[in-house]
Design a protein around this ligand. Structure first.
Ligand code: 5GP
Ligand code: ZN
Length: 114
């Protein structure tokens, strides 16, 4: 079966600019940044979205938010703020079918999203 692009990045088969990695998640810079800081935080399990998580999966998502907080502090985004985005499915604008969280910052972000 063909692997998704994020599984290939997790396995090192596609290069990425990593900012953090542990046994549960990897975080790397988005190839097409929408803000001065645009990091993707990606659980290492291949699950399409929050709709498919079991209890262990929800614990990994809690870990994602801990990692996001640490990355935001390291990149000095904690003073002015930032945004964490999780797109789900077609209407949510999800283009990669492997659960991931966008950490966006470094500029004033608009609301509501388009
Ligand atoms: P989504 O639209 O699914 O929420 O977000 C997918 C994100 O993955 C997009 O922001 C896109 O730029 C990013 N992306 C897609 N392919 C690659 C890749 O090969 N490398 C990196 N670093 N980012 C990617
Ligand atoms: Zn995958």
């Amino acid at each position: 079966m063909d692997q998704c692009v994020f599984c290939k990045i997790i396995k090192g088969e596609i290069p990425s600019s990593k900012v953090y990695e542990d046994e549960k998640v990897v975080a790397f810079n988005d190839i097409n940044p929408e803000a001065p800081v645009h990091v993707l935080i990606v659980p290492k399990i291949h699950v399409q979205s929050i709709l498919e998580l079991d209890e262990a999966g929800y614990n990994i998502i809690a870990h994602v938010f801990k990692v996001a907080s640490n990355i935001a502090k390291n990149l000095k985004l904690d003073e002015k703020g930032f945004r964490i985005v999780n797109n789900i499915g077609e209407d949510g604008g999800q283009t990669v079918p492997h659960i991931h969280f966008h950490l966006l910052g470094g500029r004033s972000l608009q609301w509501p999203p388009g």
